[in-house]
Design a protein. Structure first.
Length: 623
């Protein structure tokens, strides 16, 4: 395999002929720019309701949390000729190969039974009813190999396997390998990777001849066991790296709350030109941070062999970020392509739940100081369960696209005399009922004027029909060029981390049970309508079991909550058993929660209490 997979050089003039563009990794490259600068068909002039729309809606067997990948001019067994093929994975543990020109399914492979939600810690519901293949795979185009990690339910428990597959047949080219790992804690004892409590959500990365993957938690449940991991395997053999990174190495925690998960709302681990690995981490015990054995709430630069933390940045208010569940790790880092001028050549940006975007020197991220942040710049972008995009305009100016809160922001990057961001424009609000932010991407024909388009996929504002929309924006002023329904997302407690993927005149949006293919409409035709997908069925409850939503109005008693239900009734809930089972979130007044409980003569006994979306319009019916 290649010694190092890094971002392709960016053109400095107008793009030349385009034989076909492939998208082989999440957000287009290992820097995670989200920029396809070789798109010759779509422009600000022709992306509008009259000439652009939905060409096909391909049915799939489950929810898609991963971004589609594309190989242009690809051969596939049993399908004569070459095709632009989208590779799409589902939570039913299925992989599809789909012709983007016709919507025809060229091939499909299933890897086994997915893990049911009912078996997850706290029966975590911030995913679909199944957990199968969650993360975006990665393709080594030169070696015609696609790598993915599937979670299958076997003998009463989950098993993660990493697969190396032929993109021509979907068959394994290497024997699949069960994901296992261990790491020494700070007291010399051994931490063993536990697949039951680890969720593999962040996109895979290929760099340094290695396939990297990161792991986090389910709903912050099982926090006494779950910890963040970054693992790697040889791309040629799938042999694990000798070293791995355990983000919380503490043997003990004051509250038995470990985590420091690496999840990033599905964004990918990033790699710079030297091969160093970048990622962000989530919350942990607020009293356990030391920047060595516990690196929660941090942006991290790791050595390629995963043996050494080369640098990190932790916001000065780390304790409050932990206490308030304001993960900086809700977003993934974006590495800016190296700039030839300015006083800092290598720059990264990262944002999270609290809405601050940090501009960092990626060679020296800034460390931790309780008295202030040692960063290049900080700007407010809105709460971000998302990742940023990057492009260079026809004027040669580098720009960052943010999507925190409910709008797209376009920022110019200055590198002299000081490094920082200046907001250039802000879009009209994009409706979003789930957590703040959404994913964007950018397409352009190099730096040709009028060729750049910003793409975004909104999250649903209600549970029925739970529509998601594809937006196209003009980067000149953030005005809307196009908006249309692109699918549905009925599992509304799980954020729709949908990434619009642009390649060869098509825009791909994978959602619940379908792949939508958008493009320029053939002359004299009109756009199709996105297929309506039925909401997922909910398994029946046991006798005396209930599920309901509400808002915490009192959490002063360690064993009891008072919850205001959607009907306005104040209900006392005994949470002692749920706490003993580590099946609760941080239970703060004003928090929206989803409660699974049983009714007994003694009252309502919670089995689990997890966070819910703030908008009651996204809550499923109580039962």
């Amino acid at each position: 395999m290649s010694a190092l997979s890094v971002a392709a050089p960016r053109p400095t003039t107008a793009a030349t002929s385009n034989p076909g563009t492939s998208v082989v990794t999440h957000h287009n490259d290992t820097l995670r720019t989200g920029w396809n600068d070789r798109e010759t068909a779509l422009t600000t002039a022709n992306v509008n309701a009259a000439t652009f729309g939905l060409l096909a809606a391909v049915p799939l067997d489950d929810q898609v949390d991963a971004a589609p990948l594309v190989l242009a001019g690809q051969l596939f067994a049993g399908a004569p000729g070459k095709h632009d093929i989208a590779f799409v994975v589902t939570e039913n543990d299925s992989l599809y190969a789909i012709d983007t020109a016709t919507g025809a399914i060229l091939g499909k492979r299933n890897f086994g039974a997915p893990v049911p939600e009912s078996t997850l810690p706290a029966e975590c519901n911030n995913n679909g009813e199944n957990v199968g293949i969650t993360s975006t795979p990665v393709i080594d185009a030169a070696h015609q190999t696609l790598y993915l990690i599937a979670d299958t339910y076997e003998n009463g428990g989950p098993v993660y396997r990493i697969h190396a597959l032929s993109v021509r047949t979907l068959a394994d080219v290497l024997p699949p390998v069960v994901v296992t790992a261990s790491h020494t804690r700070n007291d010399g004892s051994l931490e063993i990777f536990a697949p039951l409590v680890e969720r593999q959500r962040a996109a895979l990365l290929e760099a340094n001849g290695t396939i990297y993957a990161a792991f986090g938690s389910y709903c912050d449940a099982a926090a006494n066991i779950s910890r963040g991991w970054v693992l790697g395997w040889s791309a040629t053999t799938l042999v694990p790296l000798p070293s791995n990174d355990l983000t919380d190495k503490l043997a003990q925690s004051p509250t038995e709350f470990f985590l420091s998960s690496v999840w990033m709302s599905g964004a990918g681990l990033a790699a710079d030109e030297s091969g160093s690995i970048f990622f962000s981490t989530g919350n942990s015990d607020s009293m356990s941070y030391d920047g060595v054995n516990d690196i929660q709430e941090s942006v991290v630069r790791e050595s390629p062999d995963l043996s050494t933390i080369q640098s990190l940045f932790t916001p000065s208010n780390q304790p409050s970020l932990d206490k308030e569940d304001q993960d900086i790790g809700a977003g993934g880092p974006l590495l800016i392509p190296a700039r030839p001028t300015g006083n800092v050549r290598d720059i990264a940006v990262a944002a999270g739940k609290d809405g601050r975007l940090f501009v960092l020197n990626r060679n020296a991220l800034g460390g931790f100081s309780p008295s202030g942040n040692h960063v290049l710049d900080t700007v407010a972008v809105g709460d971000c369960w998302c990742a940023q995009s990057y492009f260079v305009g026809p004027d040669g100016v580098a720009r960052i696209v943010t999507s925190g809160g409910h709008a797209v922001g376009i920022w110019t990057l200055r590198t002299a005399p000081s490094v920082g961001l200046t907001r250039e424009s802000l879009s009209a609000p994009i409706p979003n009922g789930e957590d703040g932010g959404f994913f964007t991407s950018v397409s352009s024909n190099g730096r040709v004027a009028g060729s750049a388009v910003i793409w975004a996929v909104s999250r649903p504002t209600n549970g029925d029909p739970a529509n998601i929309f594809l937006y196209a924006l003009n980067p000149a002023d953030a005005s809307t060029l196009f908006a249309a329904v692109a699918g549905t997302w009925p599992n509304t407690n799980a954020n729709a981390n949908v990434v619009p993927v642009v390649a060869n005149g098509t825009v791909l949006v994978a959602s619940y049970g379908q792949l939508a293919i958008f493009g320029l409409l053939p002359h004299g035709t009109s756009a199709r309508t996105a297929a309506a997908v039925l909401a997922p069925s909910r398994p029946p409850l046991a006798k005396n079991a209930h599920e309901f939503y509400g808002v915490i109005v009192s959490a002063s008693d360690a064993t009891r909550l008072l919850v205001r239900t959607r009907s306005g009734t104040i209900l006392a809930v005994d949470v002692s058993a749920a706490k003993r089972a580590y099946a609760t979130a941080d239970l703060a007044i004003g928090e929206s929660v989803f409660v699974r409980a049983t009714t007994t003569p003694a009252g309502t006994i919670a089995k689990s209490v997890v966070r819910a979306k703030r908008s009651p319009a996204l809550w499923a019916p109580d039962r």
